[in-house]
Design a protein around this ligand. Structure first.
Ligand SMILES: [Zn+2]
Length: 69
């Protein structure tokens, strides 16, 4: 099976593509993702991305930084 998933470049969790149509996308840690879909890392190809939590954290950090300067 060939499986493409978006992987967060900060926390390395992966987005569940099958859940794309749901209002909030599900982000798994890699181990859980592989076990849930019974995959091997070989089956997976990743697209670089950022999960909502890390995006929010990054925004907050950059905003704090802007306030400092
Ligand atoms: Zn993340």
């Amino acid at each position: 099976m060939d499986f493409t998933a978006t992987q967060c470049q900060v926390c390395w969790r992966v987005q569940d593509k099958a859940m794309d149509r749901s209002p909030c996308a599900v982000w798994w840690d890699l181990q859980t993702f592989i076990q849930t879909y019974d995959l091997t890392p070989h089956d997976l190809s990743f697209t670089e991305g950022y999960c909502p939590q890390c995006t929010q954290l990054y925004r907050r950090l950059t905003q704090d930084h802007l306030h400092d300067s």
